[in-house]
Ligand binder design. Sequence first.
Ligand SMILES: Cc1cc2nc3c(=O)[nH]c(=O)nc-3n(C[C@H](O)[C@H](O)[C@H](O)COP(=O)(O)O)c2cc1C
Length: 201
Amino acid sequence: MARIAIAYHSGYGHNEVLALSVAQGVRDAGGEAELLKIEGPGQDFDPILEAITASDAVVFGAPTYIGDVSAAFKAFAEATSKIFAVGGWKDRLAAGFTVSHSFSGDKGHTLESLTILAAQHGMNWINLGVPPPAVPAAERGPDTLNRVGSFTGLAAQADNASPEISPPAGDRETARLLGERVARAAQRWARGADAALARAA
Ligand SMILES: Cc1cc2nc3c(=O)[nH]c(=O)nc-3n(C[C@H](O)[C@H](O)[C@H](O)COP(=O)(O)O)c2cc1C
């Protein structure tokens, strides 16, 4: 069974809602999801790093604060340098999500930071894989999948409202689909590795 780590920060709960949806998608695809919450910059990140090292794939989640990942997530990203030093995550799979208040809000930049984190570790990035809405903008609503039309990863939008109601259902379902996609990719990746080892034996 593919084990998928979901390493996320959420200052006000909106990213946490999506982390839970990603975990549901992982389980729906037959995988095991491990939620790893980043609490703040001063935390001991070693347990999170170890859990990611023990997983088949990781989904990074960070709020967009001033057009980039939050300071807490950035502190975590810097703490991964000890893994970088030994190539510990090389050839693993990675994906990512972010939430911000505006429809754009420079979320693309946050996703770019997540892809760079993965790339510096030599990880393979899994994009969102959910097409942007094909309906006119006026017909898009809270149930629309990939509402803001992102390709690199999940870009969700939350109002200044309780995480119980925002981000809306369409963003949560898009997060669930991302979890399914990552779990299935991890299963294929492991099967490919097994087959290569068998051929080499
Ligand atoms: C310090 C700070 C900076 C923010 N910067 C942005 C921003 O650049 N763009 C944007 O659209 N929203 C911005 N927001 C809004 C958050 O992205 C939004 O509230 C999001 O839902 C927070 O996610 P969280 O609840 O998981 O922390 C900012 C919020 C805070 C607290």
